[in-house]
Structure formats: C-alpha cells, structure tokens
Design a protein around this ligand. Structure first.
Ligand SMILES: Cc1cc2nc3c(=O)[nH]c(=O)nc-3n(C[C@H](O)[C@H](O)[C@H](O)COP(=O)(O)OP(=O)(O)OC[C@H]3O[C@@H](n4cnc5c(N)ncnc54)[C@H](O)[C@@H]3O)c2cc1C
Length: 409
C-alpha cells in the first residue's frame, strides 16, 4: 500500500482469536491496537482449571507456533495431541504469543472498549452504504477511572461472550428474585475441586443447565462427594433423557468422556447426584450467607421447592451487543450473532466439529469494516471452536485485501 496511510485496525479482546488476528495483521504490516479489558486471555483465565476438549494442535496455528519459536527457540510446547487445561494453554501458548515482537507493543490491557460509533454518521445514516467507511470508527475506551477516545479504520470485535451470563428463569428471563440474588449465584465455572473446594465440600449444591459447563461441574461435585459424602448435588435440566448430548463416534475423546461420565452420574444417582429433568425455574431467593438459597421450579407440571447452600447456573452466555448499538449490525433474531453467519449456522447439527463452510461475504456486516469474530460471532450458539475462528481470520484478511485496506504479501 505504498504512499497510502496505513490502515488502523482495532482488535477488541486479547483472547485466543484476538491475539491470532492481531499477529496475522501485524505480520502483514498493518497498524494494530488490541484493547483488552482485563489481562491477556482474561476469559480463558476465568475457566483456566478446565481441560480443553480439543487437543493442543487444534487450538493453535502454524503462524503462532512459529512466532513463539522465533522469539525463543527453547520454548517447549505440549504434545500436539494432548488436551491441556486453560491455564496451561495460557502459559505455554497465549502469553508467549502476546510477548512476541509482533504483539508486545500493540496490546493495551486493562482497557475496556465501552462503545463504538462512526465519525460523522449516526446509526440511521446511509443504511448499509460503504460511504459510511469515510467516517472512520470512534472507540470510547475506559482504563480504570479514565475515559479516552481512539480512532480506527477497521474494527475486529473478538470480545467473546463469557462476561455476560444468561438467566435461569423459564423462557430465558430472570426467575423471580434472580436479579437480586445474582451476585451470589455462580454463573461462571468455579474450580470446584481446586481453589474453591472449601466452598462446596460437604454442601448441598444445585446445578442448572445441560451443556459441557454443567457436566464439568457435576463431575467435579461427584469427585468432592467421594471425599466427603455430605456433598449432595441436585441437577435440574429442561429436557427429558440423558442430560448431555453425545455424538456418535465422537472424535473429541475428552468431550465424550465428560458427557458419558455426567450422564452416568445422572442416571445412576452415583456421586450423590440427583437428576431432575423437565424442570423450569420460577423463583430464587437468597436467604443469607450461611443459609444459601430457596429455589422454586415447575417439574412435570408440579411445583417443587428446594433449599440449597450453593447455586450454580450454567445456562449459557450472550454477546454484549450494546458495544456496537450505534453501528449498523444485522443481528440474528435467534442467537444475537451477526445475521449472515447465524443463518448458515441454523443448519448445524449441534456438533461444533460440523461447522458449515462459509462464503467470504458471510462475515460482512451492513456496517463496512466491522467484523465480529471468534466466540462472539456465534452469538448464543455455544458450538464455536477455536479452529473455526482461525478460519474466520483468514477470510477477513482476504476481505480486507479485496477492499484495498491491507496487502496480502
Ligand atoms: C469452559 C470452556 C471450554 C471451552 N473449551 C474449548 C475447547 O476445548 N476447544 C475449543 O475450540 N473451544 C473451546 N471453547 C470455546 C471457545 O473456543 C472459547 O470460548 C475461546 O476462549 C473463544 O475465544 P475468543 O478469543 O473468541 O473469546 P474469549 O476467549 O472469550 O476472549 C475475549 C476477550 O475479550 C475481552 N473483552 C471482552 N469484552 C471486552 C471489551 N468490551 N473491551 C475489551 N476487551 C474485552 C475479554 O476479557 C477476553 O479476554 C470453550 C469455552 C468454554 C467457556
């Protein structure tokens, strides 16, 4: 792009996808700023005790491995086929990647992107027109108490969904009392057998949800019950039958092992786990620090009430769409992901390995030069895999090249 001002690219989030996107763009000579509201890979850090179900090779890219090797040829990577924990992933890949010559001077941690708008244009101006790109983006940032403004020509929103939980109540709305009790409910994954064991050991715990996070919690609580039989778990799910979905001949062995174990505990009542299917939560009351919660649910048409000491709600996450409220983003009515991509995902079977191939324009938004990538691009659909995000990055590079914003050398 000789003679042209370099394209300013803002990447929101220094998670696995934000870091990888920034690396590829820096290597192509783009001017990149990564804004991260916490520390490097802050979301992965929050579930760092969990073992990833995809092997190391599927969570990394050749470009990332090479960049780390160039920096430190003695760096030791895990076996490509090994499934490692989130903390190990950060230690042996994400942090070394962030420290490479390509990234170390372009990441601003403890910097939250609060809102993004367009210079000159309001949301309703020039609907879907590329002319909006002439305005550039304005980003309102927060660093501690301080607010500041930055500008960019391209924004890649890689901010994930893990910061925003969904609600427990029937129909996805807050159960009665849930908003008031929310600070005491665990929506994120606690390290039940590790740093948080004392909070769960010997307690009555209720777990709500039927995804892999719930399965992880159930297996950990059963392990605690082996150490202390006073640990009891009530597991509420909406559907009938085995709570965790399994896939025939699942090549992701770690994922299938987790599903099998959780389903077995539910079916046999082992590990002091009582599974209650077809349960729809109506009300939650926090009774006080030492007393726990009273929870009311409709179970097969009848109302049941429990008193439990701990409440874990693994009911999924939702993208923060407020951040681009002033931009022209066509959001999916079902998942809140960007519409074009969401439409291609409707046909998915639920197995994240079966992600459909997407055409290049699928990642475009009505708002020019705004791309939503990574876990956030799937909205509430939890079937996102890192390898899908890596493919998205390559697609966006091609689109930016096509638009004359970067040069693919
Ligand atoms: C428990 C768990 C296990 C998983 N296991 C696997 C697995 O085995 N294999 C696999 O392929 N996928 C797995 N996933 C799915 C997915 O790959 C991960 O969620 C992955 O972390 C997504 O990467 P990301 O970069 O898109 O988003 P995230 O990792 O969520 O990163 C987003 C980053 O953006 C930052 N951020 C958020 N908002 C802002 C803001 N406004 N301003 C600035 N920064 C912001 C966050 O602090 C965070 O660091 C798992 C997910 C979970 C929750």
């Amino acid at each position: 792009m000789a003679g042209k001002k370099p394209t300013r690219i803002a990447v929101i989030g220094a998670g696995p996808i934000g870091l990888e996107a920034a690396l590829r763009l820096r290597q192509l000579g783009a001017e990149v700023r990564v804004y991260e509201k916490g520390r490097i890979a802050d979301h992965v850090r929050q579930w760092g005790h969990v073992v990833l179900f995809t092997p190391f090779a599927m969570n990394t890219t050749p470009a990332g491995i090479l960049a780390i090797r160039e920096e430190n040829r003695h760096h030791v990577f895990p076996d490509p086929q090994q499934c490692i924990s989130g903390h190990e992933f950060i230690r042996c890949y994400l942090e070394p990647l962030a420290r490479t010559q390509w990234l170390r001077d372009c990441i601003q941690t403890n910097t939250q992107v609060v809102r993004i708008g367009r210079g000159q244009f309001l949301k309703e101006d020039l609907p879907g027109s590329r002319q909006r790109a002439s305005g550039g983006f304005r980003l309102l940032l927060r660093q501690g108490e301080q607010e500041l403004l930055e500008e960019a020509d391209v924004v890649l929103d890689c901010s994930g969904t893990y910061s925003q939980h969904r609600w427990l109540g029937e129909g996805g709305i807050p159960a009665l009392g849930e908003m008031e009790a929310q600070a005491h409910i665990r929506y994120n994954l606690d390290d039940i057998c590790g740093s948080r064991a004392e909070s769960y050991r010997g307690r009555t715990v209720m777990v709500i949800g039927a995804g892999y996070s719930a399965a992880t919690a159930i297996c950990a609580l059963a392990e605690l019950a082996e150490q202390d039989p006073a640990t009891w778990t009530v597991w509420l799910t909406r559907r009938e039958g085995p709570p965790i979905r399994r896939f025939p001949h699942d090549p992701l062995l770690e994922r299938d092992r987790l599903a099998q174990q959780a389903n077995r505990l539910a079916a046999r009542g082992e590990g002091n786990v009582e599974h209650v299917p077809q349960a729809f939560v109506q009300a939650v009351e926090f009774l006080g620090q030492d007393k726990g919660f009273r929870l009311r649910a409709r179970v097969q048409g009848k109302v049941r009430t429990w008193e439990v000491e701990r409440l874990i709600a693994h009911v999924g996450y939702s993208p923060d769409t407020e951040i681009y409220r002033e931009l022209q983003v066509h959001e999916c009515y079902a998942t809140l992901g960007p519409m074009r991509l969401a439409a291609t995902l409707f046909s998915m079977t639920g197995d994240c390995l079966q992600a459909p191939a997407i055409g290049p324009d699928t990642l475009r938004n009505p708002e020019p030069n705004l791309y939503i990538l990574g876990a956030k691009s799937y909205g509430r659909n939890s079937a996102f895999l890192l390898q899908t995000g890596f493919a998205q990055i390559e697609t966006v590079l091609a689109l930016l090249h096509q638009d004359g914003l970067i040069s693919l050398r």
